[in-house]
Design a protein around this ligand. Sequence first.
Ligand code: UD1
Length: 439
Amino acid sequence: MGVNVLDEIRVTGGRPLRGNISVQGSKNAALPMMAASLLHRGISVLRDCPKIADVYCMEEILKELGAVSWWKGKDLYLDCSRADKTEIPGEKTGKMRSSVILLGAMLGRNGKGAMGYPGGCVIGKRPIDLHIYALRSLGAAVREGEEDISASCVRLKGAKVCFPKSSVGATEQGILAAVLAEGESMLMGCAREPEIIWLCRYLKGMGAEISGEGSGCIRIRGVRELKGGDLEIPADRIVTGTYLCAAAATRGKITINNPPAGEVDAFLKVYRKIGGQYEWNSGKLIADGSGVGCPLPYLETEIYPGFPTDLQSPLMAVLATIPGKSHIRENIFEDRFKLAGELNRMGARVTVSGRDAWIQGTDSLTGCRVEAEELRGGAALILAALAAEGETVISGCSYIRRGYEHICRDLAAVGGRIEEKTGKVLYENIQIQEKNNIN
Ligand code: UD1
């Protein structure tokens, strides 16, 4: 499959953004729904599905298992009638973190599954012990090999699963495995992120019996089979936050046409603290960043409903434009400050020690050559570049494609001076390009 790869982005900064933006569908909601589609032997539809590299990657993996897929405009159709293969090679799973939740779906469907270990952005250790714990609790025999992991069962059995730590992926794994299990399951210590609620909404539309999603305790009564899924993917809360950060970094004013209401509250609270203003009007979110200028004495990333780790880098880019000292503590992923060095090249002074970053911002960031090292950090560099004087050339930005469908087009439409150099390459080439930077 051919996809556009963002090779290099050139940004000429210094102009406040102004205008309206519509936000793409959510990556983190779409991926587990794609995995859930494997639980029905027929056609499922994901409406308004984002056309991003991670979705294409998951589509490729499902095809590897025997699924047939096609797009009608922005809707992704997945026909899993014959998706009965139970092995996914490591070169496919290594491209993305979310591949691991297919294990629960394969177990639910066919009682067995084997795969290479999942990849993902290099932002910390990212173990999968909680995923394995959930599957074992539900009766699967799991073997962790050197290079791959396999699991099998006769039929999964409903059980109590008590997560010692909140994990979005492990909660999704538990849900996917439990919906077709025999009997009732009670998942405790579950993640409460909106994407869990969206996954459950999708599965309930397929006939799954689930209650309690959005709380720490989810109850599932297993059913024998599920029908096809059909749901519109919600607007992406992280992309929404990224675009609001772009407005803040440039002291601009933008309107988000389709914000995911209720999912961006923690971000908006911080937006206000740094001097931004916003109002809701007929479902739109009007954000005025012209008054942004207050450093942030302390902010920590937290599980939902706290400030999301995925917006930590975009926020850091904004703080780099605010004279004074800000402090961020990253509680979710221990190695998520790769952006710091690049911001320093642009004139900020960011000091990192373990999970803490102190940001000495400046109102005179200067454009230069920088390199994206992961998805959200890459997007954050675009924001810093929009605020900087002169031209910034961002390389290594193919990862931005993992999660942002049209970041350059969207920000250019509100006045950003952005040029993207894309190359049409075979999907496999992305793998080569990114093999050292697993997301
Ligand atoms: C998901 C999101 C990602 C987001 C993250 C936290 C998707 C596709 N990705 O990632 O964008 O940044 O939630 O909101 O939805 N952990 C363990 N053992 C496990 C699993 C996780 O210790 O088995 C730890 C992780 O190392 C991390 C924490 O739990 O410190 C949270 O990770 P988790 O919520 O699982 O993140 P992901 O599902 O990978």
